[in-house]
Write a protein that binds this ligand. Sequence first.
Ligand code: SIN
Length: 365
Amino acid sequence: MSTRKLTLRSFHSYALMMFGALLLSTSVAQAQDQAKLPNVVILATGGTIAGTGADSTTTVGYTSATVGVEKLIAAVPELKKVANVKGEQVFQIASESMTNDHWLKLAKRVNALLAQPDVDGIVITHGTDTIEETAYFLDLTVKSRKPVVVVGAMRPSTAISADGPINLYNAVLLAGSKDAIGKGVLVSLNDQINSAREVSKTNTSTTDTFKSTELGMLGYIQGNKAYFYRQSTRKNTVDTEFDISKLDVLPQVDIIYGYANMTRAALDAQVASGAKGIIQAGVGDGSIAAQMKTPLVEARKKGVIIVRASRVGQGIVARNGEANDDELDFVVADTLNAQKARILLMLALTKTKDTKEIQRMFYTY
Ligand code: SIN
């Protein structure tokens, strides 16, 4: 073999070796970059974020909960830049059909995932109608300080300017953010971060519907970063006394709504059907109509816990204000709206029937 051929052959092997080394170092660098990203699991439950309409201008009358989690993730390739994302379809429902059983299953799955060292945060995609309830249930039952972010959308995935993709991107960013650790369960839509306890849906259809009206939201997501400005003083997650790990069912708690000319029909039906607790979403400061006092006292004598909340939506229901709660052995909901008071009372009833203890919980969570 001539010296020239030998030189050419060694050059080729050298070039091949270098190319291989380059490929290896690129994939090592890519793997290192991915290893630096947080690991976020997306648990999909349905809702409008997974909804589809007849055409791109359909923003009402669409079908919720039709798009699967893998498709939701694939629709936002930018997620890969901010987290290593895995998806799980937990349910596929419109959130008006969310039940206590769904909550128990979801909370158990969240707790199991967050106990894994390789999971840094959770995003739950959810219908907006009951997002505030699911988020508050998780706020009281998740046993981890790692971020849990509940997210939805007001427009179906097929709509012009659908808000689902940006909301999902922000939620994943937030769930992977160190700043979100220990903040309790968060609800994020419309570039805003809200605490599960304070947030409510305030408009039937606009994309800025989620507000923590008077107590205020926690922060914003802007320019690929979460900014926090405040935090709830109420206990959540690892600091609560509630443990759902062995529970398969929650006590029945129902809501009666206050209005002029209110009758006892709904209350009596709920008590007869086995309610262990009643939330009275009373008018004003949780006032009780004259004709409702006897039915509520009768219910209490049967062992039903009565909690006075307000239909107003903001403010404290004053203990011993519009009713003598000490004498009637009633509880007040503090600032919780009726639907969130229902959740706290259900969980409280898994621990005690003592109204003093239950009142303490309403001032704690
Ligand atoms: C739902 O809550 O599942 C329907 C409405 C929505 O997600 O916006």
